[in-house]
Design a protein around this ligand. Structure first.
Ligand code: NAD
Length: 338
């Protein structure tokens, strides 16, 4: 049987990527919808043929517990409500797939992991890159070390937004998890961790927001430096003011690089020995389909998901420390350990 997925938050990512990707999966089906906008529910219901009984508002979302057609709740809302929605889903006995960043801070991430553990449901984070073949290659190279010791890493992730003046989107609102660090910085952190196979010890961060009139209280641009064991350093930039999408790993006897390293169409890379990493997944939204099929198979097999809640939590510990450092003008802040 296919795993029944209910999408929560019918915004950009759910509409443009997740719902189309669900049509390409082999192990999932779009079974339910959760939205605060009745008109959207009607529109989506017609488009995807969803039964009346499988439509929910945020007020009656907890009733999903009684719905046997829904196995998983996929949270694709603004970041400040990831935690509460994950807890409702877990209490309803539904597995949780949650978009990145997993939550607002490490304490919330821990609460989500506990709720899912207590209710014996799986928790997977939507870090789609970890389902992408070239990224899997780079992750393996963290162990193989084909060019010797890793010396330095560079990870830059950003996109240019809000060209036309003021905008009240949640990505500009500190209370709703706005800012570049939450949105794109977590890709840099995750990549630095999966390329080294290590956990960072400390961080220094600098808020380099240029358009302060637009980015009130959130970071437009954050530059940060992660210290890893073995004297490995990762230099990162995340921004809503620049298009950035490059990962570079410098080693004792060579280098490898990927650009883009978090593209929807798959990643492209090369190495100093002439190796070329061509995109392998084909057209979008193949990557999201791959991710959901892998996570569905973990549910079917009763095995841990490839990107469990702990992966999101480890990144949130780095985010917490980076925000503390940026507030203290780049002071070195040690990263909490689990
Ligand atoms: P969006 O604003 O387009 O969509 C969010 C949806 O959630 C909207 O339909 C909104 O109405 C709804 N919503 C539910 N509760 C809400 C609340 N309390 N306040 C405001 N809106 C509420 O945003 P998006 O770009 O689709 O991003 C959603 C999530 O997906 C974010 O966590 C984001 O980081 C993540 N995302 C991930 C990727 C990826 O590549 N993995 C890409 C884009 C977005």
């Amino acid at each position: 049987r296919r795993i029944g997925v209910a999408l929560v938050g019918l915004g950009y990512y759910a509409a443009e990527l997740l719902a189309p990707a669900l049509q390409l999966t082999r192990h999932c089906r779009l079974a339910g919808l959760v939205s605060g906008t009745p008109a959207k529910l009607g529109e989506w219901q017609r488009k995807y043929g969803i039964a009346d009984a499988n439509l929910y508002s945020y007020d009656d979302f907890h009733r999903i517990a009684d719905n046997d057609e829904i196995d998983v709740v996929y949270i694709a809302t603004p970041n400040h409500v990831h935690r509460s929605l994950a807890e409702i889903a877990a209490r309803a006995g539904k597995h949780v797939w949650c978009e990145k960043p997993m939550a607002m801070d490490a304490a919330e991430g821990e609460a989500m992991i506990k709720a899912c553990r207590d209710n014996r449901v799986q928790l997977a984070v939507g870090y789609r890159m970890q389902h992408e073949p070239n990224t899997r290659r780079f992750m393996a190279m963290a162990k193989e070390r084909p060019f010797g010791r890793i010396v330095k890493l560079r990870a830059d992730a950003g996109w240019f937004g809000w060209r036309d003046g003021a905008d009240d989107a949640w990505r500009l609102d500190p209370a709703r998890g706005g800012g570049a660090m939450y949105d794109m910085g977590v890709y840099c952190i995750n990549a630095a961790r999966y390329c080294t196979g290590m956990e960072p010890l400390a961080v220094q961060a600098w808020d380099e927001t240029a358009r302060r009139e637009l980015f009130k209280g959130v970071d437009e641009t954050m530059r940060f430096r992660l210290e890893f064991p073995e004297d490995i350093v990762a230099e990162c930039v995340t921004s809503f003011g620049r298009n950035l999408n490059t990962l570079q790993v410098d080693c004792e006897r060579g280098w490898y690089t990927m650009s883009p390293f978090q593209g929807y169409d798959g990643n492209r890379g090369r190495a100093s020995d002439g190796t070329v990493f061509e995109p392998q997944l084909g057209k979008l939204p193949r990557m999201q389909a791959e991710q959901m099929d892998n996570d569905a198979q973990s549910i079917i097999a009763g095995t841990a998901p490839r990107v469990p809640g702990e992966e999101g939590l480890r990144d949130l510990r780095v985010v917490d420390a980076a925000f503390a450092s940026a507030k203290a003008d780049g002071k070195r802040v040690e990263i909490a350990r689990g």
